[in-house]
Write a protein of this length. Structure first.
Length: 144
């Protein structure tokens, strides 16, 4: 059930993100979510796209170092306590969070979507499903 996230390593200079997204745009790859974290000298861009395999191919062909990783994307009620309910599931299952970021609500504004990089995505998916929390698939992402 996990979704593929692409991590792209970029030099920390003006225009590099623009250049990378231009490659995706020129190849008709639609980004659904983006996160940028910088460190000394370079940045890591994490993206969720409609077609991760096409995106990694065009990025590699354009000279970008990138890596596919599995993440868990969860539908969270867009109301107070929605995120906390999900976090409690992770705590109870003793699943460590490495990082989180958000995804556009798409066609369902009553919900938000959160992307979680966890220590064990299969255990996380099982715990979330057991708790009645919707976990998105790669197909769900393509339809947003």
């Amino acid at each position: 059930m996990s979704v593929k996230q692409i991590s792209i390593f970029l030099e920390n200079k003006a225009g590099r993100l623009d250049e990378m997204t231009a490659v995706l745009s020129a190849n008709n790859v639609n980004m659904r979510a983006v996160s940028l974290a910088e460190t000394d000298g370079f940045g890591i861009v994490r993206i969720i796209v409609d077609d991760p395999y096409a995106a990694t191919t065009v990025l590699k062909d354009a000279g970008y170092i990138n890596k596919l990783t599995s993440v868990v994307i969860v539908e969270v009620p867009n109301s107070p306590g929605g995120l906390n309910r999900v976090l409690k599931v992770f705590t109870e299952a003793q699943i460590n969070l490495e990082y989180i970021y958000a995804l556009s609500a798409g066609k369902k504004p009553e919900n938000a979507y959160m992307i979680f990089r966890v220590s064990d995505h299969k255990a996380a998916e099982a715990a979330l499903s057991h708790a009645g929390i919707k976990v998105l698939t790669q197909e769900d992402i393509a339809e947003l």
